[in-house]
Write a protein of this length. Structure first.
Length: 175
């Protein structure tokens, strides 16, 4: 409809004014002190019901705007997270972040959240990401590279030992 382009322009103007502007101001300030291609940005477009964050119908359009604008920079990477929780029934949520944002973002795209060796390779083979971050899996498998080379077996993660004293470190299973 003729109304849609006007609404999109209005949304873009509103997004520029409320909240997204600070991200670009921070990037512009940081790049005064280091090359753009050494700066990475991490976003979680589908964070819902964690840390006081909730999604609504404007969340994904706002992240769409941000990701498109990030193409104006020569960043080292954009790191996005797949949803931490099931968002399939959340209005306005995007359950497939890599699939949604890969066509939108032209730079190096890193993705994370619960990937294993097979799913990590698949998301790269499918062209949906350039890099996969294995946060929890790497914390519980400090020898993750060697484990991936040897086969698919990895130790399950134990969140009670994350970011703790030596107790957690000493309990790690090495191959």
């Amino acid at each position: 409809s003729a109304e849609h382009p006007m609404r999109e322009r209005m949304n873009t103007a509103i997004q520029e004014k409320i909240g997204t502007k600070i991200l670009f101001e921070v990037i512009d300030e940081v790049k005064k002190y280091m090359p753009e291609n050494r700066i990475g940005v991490r976003l979680n477009p589908s964070l819902h019901n964690l840390f006081g964050m909730t999604l609504d119908e404007e969340s994904i359009p706002t992240f769409d705007y941000i990701v498109k604008r990030l193409n104006d920079y020569d960043l080292a990477y954009l790191h996005l997270s797949e949803p931490f929780t099931d968002v399939t029934d959340v209005p306005g949520a995007e359950p497939n972040i890599a699939m949604h944002y890969r066509p939108m973002y032209k730079g190096t795209l890193m993705i994370n959240t619960a990937f294993n060796r097979e799913t990590g390779n698949k998301v790269i083979d499918d062209g949906l990401a350039d890099l996969v971050a294995y946060g929890k899996l790497f914390i519980s498998n400090p020898d993750l590279v060697e484990r991936f080379e040897a086969g698919p077996e990895t130790a399950a993660w134990d969140e009670e030992t994350f970011y703790t004293t030596a107790h957690g470190v000493y309990r790690l299973p090495f191959a």
